[in-house]
Every structure is written in C-alpha cells, then in structure tokens.
Design a protein around this ligand. Structure first.
Ligand code: NAP
Length: 288
C-alpha cells in the first residue's frame, strides 16, 4: 500500500498522532486509542471484540472486527476435528489405554449424530457447512432466524432449549455480550441430551464454569472440549486441568493468520479510501 503510512503507536510524534485516521489494534490501552483524536475507525485483529467494546467509549470511532475467510476455514476445521474426536469415542479410548483396557465401543455413523451450533455468523455458518459435508446432522441457533441449506435453524429462548434437546454435540460460537454471558447455565446444560458433549470455541464466560463442572461430575454430560476460559491462561488450580471429562486447549481453535488478516485489513483500507465509507462495524449496543 504505497499510498499509506503505517507506524507503530509508540513511534508517533504528537503531530503524527493527530493525523492518524485508522488504528489497527489487538488489545490496546484505551488511553492510546484516546490519544488519536482524528480516528475515523478502529480495525480489530480479532474476530471477538468484547474487550474493545468494553474498554473504548460508546461514542468513540466505530470498531471493525476481523472477518477473514481463512479464519472461518480454520474454525470449521477445528469444529470438524473435535466433533470427530467425540464421534469416534476418543475420550473413552484415552481412558481405556491408560487402564490397559481392550474394549471396542460400537461405531456411530456421522448421520446418527446431531451437532447443534450456537451462533451462525462467519464462523458458525462455515462450521455448519463443513459438518454437513462430513455427513453430520446440523442444527444452529442465532439471534435472528436464519435459513441455511441442510441446517435445522432455531432462534429465541424456546428455540435454544429445543436445539439443546436434540443435539448430541453442542458447539459454542456466539460472541461474548451481555446477552450471552452465562448463556449455558445449569438449566440449559440440563436441557442438553443425557451424555451429550460440549465444545466451547467462543469465550469462557458464555458457559458457567461451576454449572459445567456439576453437569460433568453428575455424568449428565459426557465430555467438554474447552478452548476458552474465564481466565486465560487457565490457572494451575483449575479443576478443568485434571477432570477426566475435559479436554483443555490453549485458545488455539482459530488463530488470526497474519498473512490473510493483513490482506483483509488492506482491502478494508483500500475500500475506505475509494468510497469514504467505514467497513461494516460492530453494533456497540448489541455488543458484536
Ligand atoms: P459473528 O459473525 O458476529 O456471529 C455471531 C453469531 O452469534 C450470529 O449468528 C449471531 O446472531 C449469534 N448471536 C449473537 N448474540 C446472540 C444471542 N444473544 N442469541 C443468539 N445468537 C446470538 O461472529 P463470528 O465471527 O462467527 O465469531 C464468533 C465468536 O467466536 C467471536 O465473537 C469470538 O468470541 C469467537 N472466536 C474464537 C476464536 C478462538 O480461537 N477460540 C477465534 C475467533 C473467534 P445473528 O446472526 O442473528 O446476528
């Protein structure tokens, strides 16, 4: 982008700060963003923007989040990989190997398993498509009702309970907002099928930790694959580390890809220079 000047915040003089129009940010200090009085928009490197929404002023410049087809592909791949892990009974075989048990568990076809996805946005919709292609039955829940080929779609609180009732595996891909914090609480975890499994690739606080542990301890849920937590890194004393019904991942299901993310941002900037229009931004009242 030869027409653009790109600098690190710490290298900018006061005069240069005043001239900045676009800030490309990860987890910025709010005072740094406030030190750029001429900002027209803030480009996030992350798809999840709950930290930015919480830390930047409501009447500040619009926030544009990362929407990258490569991130959607990576997340869909992760959802399929861990769905296969559960479908092929890997948690049970890991336990059996530890105990030197030779026991063949009856094979379950993908077509006999329903995967319910919470959130049908850029990531959830891509995951739904990938699961469909692999032969799983797919259901999905979103705030506004969606029409997606071969996906049984739901919305609203009753729709959520209906989807939880019929899913063998529930995949969480909703953003963290005031509406989704604590979404999967005791009542909703209880609405899941007995021996169902949970994959949380969204944000830790969407699931109530103690309620999830209780559902796993009682055997109501068979397993949880967790990539995200209330506190990250996961503290050493967390019960999740050694719970036999939990697979712990260190927030790696869909990392931002530097090359493709740079292309997405360059495209957003080029479009802005051409049209003067800020790319589609986050609705701060809605939180995503
Ligand atoms: P997105 O495109 O904004 O989609 C969000 C989806 O959630 C939409 O379908 C939306 O419904 C639905 N939703 C939001 N609030 C809801 C509510 N209260 N009730 C029901 N449905 C609701 O977001 P995305 O790009 O798919 O990303 C989703 C999240 O994944 C991010 O916010 C981030 O937290 C997480 N993430 C995690 C990783 C990782 O490595 N673990 C990587 C990237 C992203 P509508 O369609 O009706 O708006």
């Amino acid at each position: 982008m030869p027409g653009e000047s790109v600098s690190l915040f710490c290298n900018l003089s006061n005069e240069q700060r005043a001239a900045v129009r676009i800030a490309i940010v990860a987890n910025p200090h709010p005072a740094d963003v406030a030190a750029l009085p001429g900002l027209v928009w803030v480009q996030s490197l992350w798809a999840g923007v709950e930290q930015l929404v919480a830390s930047l002023p409501v009447d500040g410049p619009p926030i544009v989040r990362m929407i990258d087809p490569e991130m959607s592909r990576t997340m869909a791949e992760a959802v399929l990989a861990w769905t296969y892990y559960l479908q092929r009974d890997m948690p049970a075989y890991v336990r059996q190997q530890r105990e030197r048990v030779w026991n063949q568990i009856a094979y379950k076809k993908p077509s006999s398993i329903t995967v319910g996805i919470l959130g049908l946005g850029s990531l959830g919709a891509a995951a739904a498509l990938r699961l469909n292609e692999a032969g799983f039955n797919v259901a999905g829940w979103s705030r506004s009702k969606k029409t997606l080929a071969n996906v049984h779609t739901f919305s609203g609180n009753d729709g959520l309970i209906d989807m939880l009732h019929l899913s063998d595996i529930v995949v969480c891909l909703v953003p963290l907002t005031s509406q989704t914090r604590g979404l999967l609480n005791a009542e909703r975890l209880h609405a899941m099928k007995p021996r169902a499994a949970l994959i949380n690739f969204a944000r830790g606080p969407v699931v109530v930790t103690d309620d999830l542990l209780a559902a796993l301890d009682s055997g109501h849920l068979s397993h949880a694959v967790l990539d995200v937590f209330d506190t990250e890194p996961l503290p050493p004393d967390s019960r999740f580390w050694h719970h036999p019904g939990v697979s712990v991942l260190p927030h790696i299901s869909a990392p931002t890809d530097f090359d493709t993310a740079a292309m997405v941002i360059a495209g957003n900037i080029a479009q802005f220079r051409l049209t003067g229009k800020v790319p589609g931004s986050v609705d701060t009242a809605r939180g995503y």
